[in-house]
Design a protein around this ligand. Structure first.
Ligand code: UP6
Length: 276
């Protein structure tokens, strides 16, 4: 699976959105997902416009915005069309099926109306998938153009996503190809479905200290986040899509940073599949 090209994997993917994303990554030559952890809609839109040409996914946390509006969503969707990327709302749903269904289609955000992809914790078990899927069926006439990524393993220090938890989360992902396009994970161990896309957060280019090479670790943020280099996550940990937040949002020039991350990640992918 890891040695296959995205085009070849798209052919085998049983989830429609997974196939669509794999093709987008191949045609745009980008495996970069930018995390827009910002608090104003202007900042988010500006970032989406700046990094748009270099990314396959733009990831939001709309509950962190001070001024969320439906106008904002329309503008973000326009940018997604212009620059050809998918929108992922990183909601990390984690409640019983009935509750997450409401959080997905209703509330202030109406996430199902605009987010191509969402993230979901495996913690509640299969009922969480039933809740989201049945809400899509009633609200949106089905699963067309919508899919989720299951959080199997977190990037944070001392995470409670133990190997046993991770195995069960992957099982859930593998059995729900109707709605699951991928998994959020720090390694590829145990992921067998060819179409399942591995999304890996905690990615940052290490700041070179005296030119010394690191073993892939790129430090932490003092609040539990742990970083690895783009090269390391793609070649050693099996990342298909790499999530980069502050590595880009805090850079002096976010367009240049996004271009750099895109290039480094793409080269690592080419090396992995033997195209380089
Ligand atoms: N994220 C993680 N780790 C996980 C899952 N998700 O960091 O295990 C998300 C965060 C944030 C982004 O919610 O939006 O990825 C990482 O941002 P950063 O690059 O600025 O640390």
């Amino acid at each position: 699976r890891l040695r296959m090209t995205f085009e070849a994997r798209a052919e085998k993917a049983t989830n429609t959105m997974s196939a669509r994303l794999l093709r987008l990554m191949a045609s745009k030559q980008s495996t970069l997902c930018v995390a827009a952890d910002l608090s104003s809609t202007d900042q988010v839109l500006q970032l989406a416009n700046t990094v748009g040409p270099y990314i396959c996914i733009f990831k939001t946390h709309v509950d962190a915005l001070n001024d969320f509006s439906h106008k904002f969503v329309k503008e973000l969707q326009e940018l997604a069309k212009t620059h050809n990327f998918l929108i992922m709302e990183d909601r990390k749903f984690g409640d019983i099926g009935h509750t997450v269904g409401l959080q997905y289609v209703a509330g202030n955000f109406h996430i199902a109306d605009w987010a191509d992809l969402v993230t979901v914790h495996a913690l509640p078990g299969p009922g969480i998938m039933d809740g989201l899927v049945s809400c899509l069926e009633t609200h949106q006439s089905g699963l067309r153009d919508r899919a989720c990524f299951i959080v199997a393993e977190m990037s944070s220090k001392d995470t409670l996503t133990t190997p046993a938890y991770r195995t069960e989360a992957l099982k859930l992902a593998e059995t729900r190809a109707d709605f699951v396009a991928g998994v959020v994970s720090q390694s590829a161990t145990g992921i067998s479905s060819i179409g399942l896309i591995q999304l890996t957060p905690g990615v940052r280019i290490p700041v070179a200290q005296n030119g010394a090479q690191t073993n892939g670790s790129s430090g932490s943020d003092g609040l539990g986040q742990q970083y690895n280099s783009p090269h390391h996550v793609v070649l050693e940990r099996g990342a298909d899509v790499a999530v980069v937040g502050r590595g880009i949002t805090e850079a002096a020039n976010s367009a240049e940073a996004a271009e750099l991350y895109r290039d480094v990640l793409w080269k690592a992918y080419q090396q992995r599949v033997g195209e380089a």
